[in-house]
Design a protein around this ligand. Structure first.
Ligand SMILES: Nc1nc2c(ncn2[C@@H]2O[C@H](COP(=O)(O)OP(=O)(O)OP(=O)(O)O)[C@@H](O)[C@H]2O)c(=O)[nH]1
Length: 448
């Protein structure tokens, strides 16, 4: 140490909030001030004589050695950042100001604990990432995956589950799960009811021990142990959206600081999930029929266009079948609208059951359905499919313990024989359906 430094009253150096360290040419610590203990957790006699690099987080060692080499060439440096492993095993981020004293053959370093700044930066990055994810995620599952990655960067996370509330209720269902095999499906309901609902209703986080988690299995009693799990409620504008179930790394639980960070991002996550749910609902009702859940007219046209492109490319046939339920008005008028609805949903279900997964059953509206079948052998196959559908629709439908018998008129159109555009094929099938209905005119279309 030079004379100036020696003259510096040590009591003054010990008042500094930053740590002061002197390290010799071999990298060993020869002096530390009092702030060192607060920042690194080691008392001076525990750190003096040790190799400085051993205290650096393993991932940061190479660039720290390189930085030390530059300082020792005589270039004073300010602003280098790395992380140290504190005595309790936690990491502390440090910003350095350092220079080499040729006369003393010592590296003089001043270390500033930048934990708070780093946390503020991490929180800002996480908030930004959540809003980006809310915007970019193609669906809820990919949003949950993004949220998982964002939280993993923020706190020590070994596994995550997301439970969401059925809109308008506080009933929770598990919507996402990673590395939480201790939450098997048979205990989900109990777990969600007991712990997640409690956190959501109170609007407060809830820690959980292994034993408490296992106690959701029938016949097991809860006992307090470590608290490796944390349930964070997700609340947007006072409305319950769901809950995050976090499993900490090595079962260590979460510190007060972690919880504060999580509380802040949970609010952003709740808003992101709510927004995505609303978008999905809008997208769903723009493409699907509310009553039957079948594709609507818009989605049907998209599917017919894509199927035509495929059929053209492969040189295969496809069929469009136009189906109109007979006498629905009469059912509504005599048995009530709810019975009419039941008839429509039953028909929708039966049509789907008659067809392959890759075929499309759509509801155009009212009592009109359209079926789209690709890779058709011959035009005659379309007639065979129509017959199969007609028989399925004709099976009795149970309404209020009474069997209601429905019937349908069906017309078919085949690509390329009857048209090469969606409108042409639908017009042809509609006209054929009309002929079918006309042929049956006078017959009773429904019976009980
Ligand atoms: N229950 C119920 N009825 C509906 C729905 N949408 C339309 N309808 C009714 O379905 C009936 C369709 O009338 P029509 O086109 O004359 O059909 P229909 O009585 O089956 O007569 P045909 O088709 O000529 O055999 C109307 O009374 C509509 O009000 C619905 O979602 N649910």
């Amino acid at each position: 140490m030079n004379d100036e430094a020696r003259k510096l009253p040590l009591s003054l150096v010990d008042l500094l909030l930053d740590a002061v360290l002197l390290v010799d040419a071999a990298g060993r610590v020869v002096y530390v001030n009092a702030a060192c203990e607060r920042i690194f957790g080691y008392a001076p006699d525990e750190i003096i004589g040790r190799s400085m690099i051993d205290l650096v987080a393993p991932e940061d060692r190479d660039r720290t050695l390189e930085e030390a080499r530059i300082v020792m060439t005589g270039q004073p440096r300010i602003g280098f950042e790395n992380r140290y492993v504190r005595k309790d095993g936690s990491l502390v981020p440090i910003m350095w100001s350092a220079r080499w004293s040729e006369a003393d053959q010592l590296r003089i370093g001043v270390a500033r604990d930048i934990t708070e700044r780093k946390q503020a930066e991490e929180l800002q990055a996480a908030t930004y990432a959540v809003s980006e994810a809310a915007h970019d995620a193609v669906d809820l599952t990919s949003l949950f995956r993004e949220i998982d990655q964002i939280i993993e960067k923020l706190v020590p996370l070994a596994g995550l589950a997301v439970a969401t509330c059925t809109p308008g209720t506080n009933e929770l269902t598990l919507s996402y799960e990673r590395n939480l095999p201790e939450l098997p499906s048979d205990m989900q309901t109990t777990f969600l009811k007991r712990y997640c609902s409690e956190a959501v209703l109170n609007g407060r986080p809830r820690t959980l021990s292994d034993d408490e988690l296992l106690a959701t299995r029938p016949g097991k009693a809860a006992a307090k142990a470590d608290q490796p799990y944390l349930v964070m409620p997700l609340i947007d504008q006072k409305e319950a959206v769901g809950a995050l179930i976090l499993k900490s790394r090595h079962g260590a639980g979460y510190s007060q600081k972690d919880r504060e960070l999580l509380q802040f991002v949970s609010a952003q996550i709740a808003t992101a999930i709510k927004r995505r749910q609303l978008t999905e609902k809008l997208m769903q009702s723009a493409r699907y029929d509310d009553l039957t859940g079948l594709p609507n007219r818009r989605l049907l046209y998209d599917r017919i266009r894509s199927a035509l492109a495929r059929s053209r490319g492969r040189g295969t046939r496809m069929a469009v079948l136009f189906i109109d339920i007979d006498g629905l008005k009469q059912v509504n008028d005599s048995l009530g609208h709810a019975t009419g609805d039941k008839l429509l949903t039953t028909v929708a279900q039966r049509l789907k059951e008659c067809l392959r997964e890759e075929d499309t059953v759509a509801r155009l509206g009212g009592d009109e359905f359209v079926v789209l079948v690709e890779d058709l052998g011959t035009p005659q196959h379309a007639v065979a499919i129509a017959d199969k559908l007609r028989s399925a629709i004709g099976e009795p439908v149970d309404v209020d313990k009474t069997a209601l018998k429905a019937a349908a008129s069906i017309g078919t159109a085949v690509y390329p024989e009857h048209g090469v555009e969606p409108e042409q094929l639908l017009r042809h099938a509609d006209a054929a359906m009309y002929l079918d209905k006309k042929a049956k005119a006078g017959e009773t279309s429904w019976d009980r």
